[in-house]
Write a protein that binds this ligand. Structure first.
Ligand code: NA7
Length: 549
């Protein structure tokens, strides 16, 4: 089968594979590479018209990765990492999408991908020990293994707002942006949301639009990117030491080679602290939050790092009232995803850009001519929702996914996700999740996390092949222990105190749980390795159509 099968008019397919992979972003593509190496047949099912996942959909003006180009790329192929040339310190969405398309071609992956198709349901059949997968095209696939590469930030969330259907102008969500250029020239544009996406988009749109009104519920901390072209010499140096650099990165907390300080905040004098914050501010990027080693665990330490940024905001934004609104005081720095920007705060000095504080004057409704808050109606030609995602669990929640006894994953996770290592779920045999809840996922350079997960899954499947096993399923006790461990580590940090999407707090009714594992990628990898060394401890490996005890 080939990519030609994409498109709304094709006939439904029915076929058996060793593995069905949900999604063809970074995770899905690498899963295909590894499954093919094992000699397994596999099919990735992808909703987009092209590969790329999050980077296929997130085409909004200013979209850029907040991990540097030389690190935000696959490490599994030395040839690939040597041959690809990045152009800027932080990669633009277009460049990342070009890269991922290059990977799909280079490794001849397209023949195993069905595009423009969504997995609607996946049901484990205990009789045959196979997964039955149905798509929105009426395809029926069976597979022994079901691998989710559905992504952590792929279920875009447009808030329920009365009147949106009657809005006269166009509206957009950053996570589902049109493929053709949106022309904002001469327009009055309303932007709702000031997370990473809004913070990247607002300065970019402001260069074009006649007027930009930013509707802010919660301000976020943002560090300048100081983005710049990547010098040939800098790339050459990276590439000369790529293998070594990647190995080091994999052992860090976030899978990124940062300058992680070993010093506690109050071991430094006040002038030393200020000097260190300033040095990192001038360097730019999320590395700022590693200025001292206790920023995520000690409230007073965090307050120091946060106050430095608030002072920068006050020093940049000329109107004191706007500056005060932009300076976050409701959460600790880093406990909501730190943003990395180009000219974000300075954009509010432009006369055609204004900020509306939704805490003081909440949105009442969208009206045909614009947006109404509790005190005013704003006339707008177009609206942008930079309102984020049902993160980490949202993409899987949208699939009718059923394990033993017809139990849905949604029901199992009703009080919060339960996994073993963030990778597997009890009562869902042979189901693997790449960067699932309870794994480091969104707290890392996600490509490093993806590679670690896919490699682990591939080794598990290889082990099963060698041992003549056909079923892998975590023990309920192992899952319980892992969930307890994830929550225990979370409780030692400041993350659990913030109303962030890391905590599911942006989705009404979502259980309040720290979704990623905060123990760090290096430590997490060591735990996964120990599980392997102990003969896949916590996992029942069996042959035939047997049930776990
Ligand atoms: P985020 O970080 O979830 O930001 C969403 C923003 O939208 C945030 O400021 C929200 O305010 C705001 N929001 C959400 N719903 C509403 C409603 N109903 N009314 C007003 N404002 C709202 O999503 P992003 O796309 O920016 O970034 C996601 C990740 O992608 C990012 O962390 C990077 O990892 C890449 P709130 O804070 O909830 O008050």
């Amino acid at each position: 089968m080939t990519e030609i099968e994409k498109g709304a008019t094709r006939a439904p397919l029915a076929q058996n594979f060793d593995a069905v992979v949900i999604g063809a972003g970074f995770a899905g593509l690498y899963a295909l590479v590894r499954l093919r190496q094992l000699g397994l047949s596999a099919r990735a099912i992808e909703a987009g018209e092209g590969v790329g996942g999050t980077w296929y959909w997130n085409r909004y003006p200013g979209a850029r990765c907040d991990v540097e180009s030389m690190q935000y790329s696959y490490s599994f192929s030395e040839e690939l990492q040597q041959e690809w040339q990045w152009s800027e310190r932080y990669p633009r969405q277009e460049e990342i999408l070009r890269y991922i398309n290059h990977v799909a071609d280079r490794f001849d992956l397209r023949r195993d991908i069905t595009l423009q198709t969504r997995v609607a349901s996946a049901t484990y059949d205990e009789g045959s020990a196979l997964w039955h997968v149905q798509t929105d095209h009426g395809d029926t696939f069976t597979a022994r293994f079901l691998i989710s590469a559905a992504g952590c930030l792929s279920a875009a969330k447009v808030p329920d707002m009365t009147g949106l259907a009657d809005f006269q102008g166009p509206w957009y969500h950053t996570g589902n942006w049109p493929h053709e250029k949106v022309d904002f020239r001469g327009q009055r544009v309303g932007v709702i949301g000031t997370g990473s996406s809004g913070i990247q988009l607002i300065p970019t749109i402001a260069r074009e639009a006649k007027e930009v009104v930013v509707f802010q519920r919660t301000p976020n901390f943002s560090i300048p990117a100081w983005n710049r072209p990547l010098a040939d010499e800098e790339q050459r140096q990276w590439k000369a030491n790529y293998a070594e650099n990647r190995a080091k990165a994999r052992n860090t907390r976030s899978g990124i080679l940062y300058d992680y300080s070993q010093r506690a905040t109050f071991d430094a004098s006040e002038p030393e602290r200020q000097q260190e914050y300033e040095r990192r501010w001038q360097k730019g990027g999320a590395n700022y939050t590693h200025a001292f080693n206790d920023i995520f665990s000690n409230q007073l330490a965090n307050d120091q790092a946060a106050e430095f940024v608030r002072n920068k905001i006050r020093g940049t934004v000329k109107d004191p009232h706007t500056a005060a609104l932009l300076a976050p005081t409701d959460h600790s720095i880093g406990t909501k995803r730190i943003c990395v920007d180009t000219d974000y705060y300075a954009t509010f000095n432009l006369s055609h850009v204004s900020l509306v504080d939704l805490r003081a004057t909440p949105i009442s409704s969208i009206v045909p001519s614009g947006l109404q808050t509790s005190d005013q109606t704003y006339a707008l030609d177009s609206l942008v929702f930079a309102t984020g995602y049902d993160a980490v669990t949202g993409a899987l929640d949208r699939i009718d996914l059923r394990g033993r006894g017809g139990q849905t994953l949604k029901a199992k996770w009703a009080q919060g996700p339960r996994t073993y290592l963030g990778l597997m779920v009890a009562d869902f045999p042979n189901f693997f999740i790449i960067t699932g809840p309870g794994s480091p996922s969104v707290l890392t350079n996600v490509i490093m996390a993806i590679e670690q997960h896919v490699d682990w899954i591939a080794r598990c499947l290889e082990h099963m092949q060698a041992q003549g096993k056909t079923s892998a399923e975590p023990l309920a006790s192992a899952e319980n222990d892992w969930v307890d461990h994830v929550n225990q580590v979370a409780s030692t940090t400041l993350f659990t105190k913030s109303n962030s999407w890391y905590m599911g707090a942006n989705i009404p009714g979502k259980p309040r749980v720290l979704l990623p594992y905060v123990g760090g990628l290096g430590n997490y990898t060591a735990i996964c390795e120990k599980v392997v060394a102990d003969g896949y401890s916590g996992i029942a490996l069996s042959a035939g159509v047997t049930q776990t005890a």
